[in-house]
Design a protein around this ligand. Sequence first.
Ligand SMILES: Nc1nc2c(ncn2[C@@H]2O[C@H](COP(=O)(O)OP(=O)(O)OP(=O)(O)O)[C@@H](O)[C@H]2O)c(=O)[nH]1
Ligand SMILES: [Mg+2]
Length: 198
Amino acid sequence: MKKYSVNNLRNVGFIGHSGSGKTTLTEAILYYTKVVDRFGKIEDGSTVSDYDIEEKKRKISIASSLASCEWKNTKINLVDMPGYFDFVGETMEGLRAVDVAIIVLSSVSGVQVGAEKSWSGVNKSKLPRAFYINKLDRENSNFDKTLAELKEKFGMSVVPIQYPIGTENNFKGIVNVISGKAKIMNNKVRAAKQHADA
Ligand SMILES: Nc1nc2c(ncn2[C@@H]2O[C@H](COP(=O)(O)OP(=O)(O)OP(=O)(O)O)[C@@H](O)[C@H]2O)c(=O)[nH]1
Ligand SMILES: [Mg+2]
């Protein structure tokens, strides 16, 4: 097994409202870093993190689960935490295991109560955090509105690092506002995503 120094290790937790897409995002990362060769779907009960029989049946995460990938010679441990409030104990335990929290939001639903609870959990754990605005390919998704809501709820220090290119069906990629570089999803990636969304 490959050995990593502490500098080459990251423990990243995904937290947020139930259904915002944490398990799907974890799956996408595992797929695009080639840990798995099939993009599992919640609907089929075939994702890496929702492996428990109850999770497959209910199509929600119940326990925090761990998966790892490698990116640019760094091992990244991904902790996918449940958003459903009944399992908040699991979520808070999961936060103790990570160095950074990514609060996942749906760009269709905006800032839901789960995002606000996540924010206070992350504050209590004194963790660095970022928001991930998800579901940009969906009808009625709205990046700008979600960003404005985030600023209103959590302060003007919320600043975008990436902006989407295209909206809804036409969502094609992202531009990094710091580097000024754009990334357009290639057709293969789009096809895999459409397959996952179908
Ligand atoms: N169109 C689209 N659907 C998505 C996206 N991300 C997630 N979904 C769908 O949204 C639903 C919920 O996704 P999950 O990944 O289970 O969400 P979760 O945040 O893990 O939910 P909990 O485990 O209950 O907290 C599933 O039907 C996914 O297929 C996305 O980027 N685009
Ligand atoms: Mg989940």
